[in-house]
Design a protein. Structure first.
Length: 418
């Protein structure tokens, strides 16, 4: 697969992350305050139009019903929704849990998938005036964006499409800040604009006269390519190590351009991350820079860490995979868990340190929490590395890796297949 990197300082992407922040403010705030928002914003005119259209859609949706999930389950099950009824596709819907739908969806309202949420469905059409915002995971067979629709994939969001992606002519409200994975063909029609600071993975061909990540026409992109925004830093290494008294986070960079600071984020469940610390960057550097931070909060059995980089213009990017480390509790004897590569195409490796010779159970779950693979792990004292090649024929998307001792959960982590 060919990788095409676009400079993150492209003028169309310069204020992308600020745009995303403004969009989320609008979504969660009262529409009455939007005039003040527009008066104070520093965004370019074309992005102001983007936010205006988004506000217009939300403000006109105030007469529609508001639905949110309260548990995992099937879309058609009334018990997973609040209020207790199946939402209409013209309603405003928030998905916080794992939801499976076994029909095609043609959206005329809005759907927000939070970072903890997953929606798996067949084909999806986003109609004129409809809004789709992804902070979690969306798994589809095919996705079509009609003229006048809005798609925003936030930095933590993943949209995995086993078939084709089709952005119709003159559809400009498309921002990819996370990962868009297309197993089939990728079409961006005449006048279509797809911008962002994320990555687009396509296994098929690129087609259409539109502009994708400043490349025009889209049809000029070679088949089976990855398009991504080039980071202002080149990360050499990122690791997390538990000691008796603290957890040490270390990372190295080969080069840095316009790098303001790093943010270490921490989670206890690999879903909800909070800021742990900020570490000042080197600004501009062409030599190896080493960084370290000590986390003395070790009350969780397992903690997850990731690294975010922010430049002087406010743009940010998650520049590492998520790493997990176990504390020093007596009932949890593995640490320094790392899964790589992420994303993967056929095989991946799971590596961890074990204090003792043990036997564990490895389980892999799909986005619908269905166990798709179970295997016994024979573990030696010290560093262990296991190759996992049992998802070769599995669909693209997000999978959960679980390691268990008897019935106790020792480790949970996410991995992405494209």
């Amino acid at each position: 697969m060919k990788t095409i990197k676009r400079n993150c300082y492209d003028s169309k992407n310069l204020f992308l992350n600020e745009t995303i922040c403004e969009i989320k403010k609008v979504y969660y705030s009262n529409i009455i305050g939007k005039a003040t928002l527009f008066a104070n914003t520093r965004l370019p005119f074309i992005l102001l139009i983007f936010i205006y259209l988004f506000c217009f859609n939300i403000s006109h949706a105030e007469t529609k019903a508001l639905y949110a999930t309260v548990m995992n389950g099937s879309w058609s099950s009334t018990s997973i929704w609040n209020p207790t009824a199946c939402p209409s596709l013209s309603d405003d819907i928030t998905i916080i849990h794992s939801v499976a739908n076994f029909t095609n969806l043609s959206i005329t309202g809005s759907i927000l998938i939070e970072s903890s949420g997953t929606l798996s469905s067949l084909d999806m059409i986003v109609s004129n005036g409809a809004v789709l915002i992804i902070s979690g995971t969306l798994n589809l067979d095919n996705l079509t964006l009609n003229n006048g629709s809005t798609l925003c994939i936030l930095p933590s969001g993943v949209v995995a499409i086993s078939g084709d992606f089709d952005n119709k002519n003159n559809t400009i409200n498309v921002v990819v800040g996370g990962n868009l994975i297309v197993g089939g063909n990728f079409t961006n029609g005449y006048g279509g604009i797809i911008s962002g600071s994320g990555a687009i993975f396509v296994s098929g061909i690129f087609d259409g006269a539109g502009t994708t990540f400043s490349i025009s026409p889209t049809s000029s992109i070679p088949p089976n390519s990855t398009i991504q925004i080039e980071l202002p830093i080149e990360l050499l290494d990122f690791d997390v190590v538990a000691t008796e008294n603290d957890i040490i986070i270390n990372w190295k960079t080969v080069s840095e351009i316009n790098n303001d600071y790093f943010t270490i984020e921490k989670s206890s469940d690999c879903i909800f991350f909070t800021e742990l610390a900020r570490v000042v960057g080197a600004g501009n550097s062409n030599s190896i820079q080493e960084y370290t931070f000590s986390d003395i909060d070790m009350k969780e059995k397992i903690s997850y860490y990731r690294l975010k980089q922010t430049d002087f213009d406010g743009q940010f990017k998650y520049c590492s995979q998520i790493l997990a480390v176990s504390g020093n509790s007596e009932d949890n004897k593995i640490s320094d868990v790392a899964i790589s590569p992420c994303p993967f195409t056929e095989n991946f490796y799971i590596q961890f340190f074990s204090e003792n010779q043990e036997s564990y159970i490895l389980k892999i779950f799909d986005a619908n929490n269905k166990c798709v693979f179970t295997n016994k792990l024979s573990v030696n004292a010290g560093i262990n590395r296991h190759k996992i090649n049992h998802l070769n024929s599995a669909p693209k998307g997000v999978y959960i890796i679980g390691i268990f001792k008897n019935k106790d959960k020792i480790y949970f982590g996410k991995i992405l297949k494209y």
